[in-house]
Design a protein around this ligand. Structure first.
Ligand code: GDP
Ligand code: MG
Length: 155
């Protein structure tokens, strides 16, 4: 069976980097069985964040989101696997960390929407746009994760 190409753009945002949670975020996705196909430290520009968060333009938190997000490094990742978009959002937890379930990244480590640590694509369309915004095609690797047939019945 052909490997699934479902992908999600996951960011450890600047607060997540400052909190030392990069490894924790990777661990949760890796342990769940997803495959990391792109990873880098990035200093996001305001323009990049403006494009990334274009759906939120005009909202009161938009400007602080750009200002804080561009104030230091983030870690951008592309994870691949069957169900990654839905599962990725579940691993992150609710946008408002106060409402996020314990066991999620936001529910375990955050209390404020403006410092909710992580980003995850919310649809296939968004994932495509976001992956293209943060990564060049040649920065994404094609590789076979050993044991994939024991993790997924679609692989
Ligand atoms: P996400 O997809 O769960 O990250 O949430 P959204 O797409 O709705 O919002 C994008 C980001 O904007 C969130 O992750 C938050 O960092 C921020 N944000 C959203 N809603 C609020 C809010 O009500 N207050 C503040 N301060 N930030 C918010
Ligand atoms: Mg969103």
């Amino acid at each position: 069976m052909a490997a699934t190409r479902e992908r999600s753009l996951i960011l450890v945002k600047h607060d997540g980097v400052q909190r030392g949670l990069v490894g924790e975020v990777i661990r949760r996705f890796e342990n769940r069985g997803f495959k990391l196909i792109g990873l880098k430290y990035v200093q996001a520009t305001r323009a990049q964040l403006e494009s990334h968060y274009e759906d939120h333009k005009g909202k009161d938190f938009f400007e602080p989101l750009l200002a804080y997000g561009s104030s230091g490094p983030a870690v951008a990742m592309v994870w691949e696997g069957h169900g990654i978009i839905t599962a990725g959002r579940a691993i992150l937890g609710a946008t408002d960390p106060i409402k996020a379930q314990p066991g999620t990244i936001r529910g375990d480590y955050a209390t404020a929407a403006g410092r909710n640590l992580v980003h995850g694509s919310d649809s296939e369309k968004a994932a495509k746009r976001e992956v293209d915004l943060w990564f060049k095609a040649e920065e994404l690797l094609t590789w076979h994760r050993a044991g994939a047939q024991h993790l997924h019945d679609k692989y």
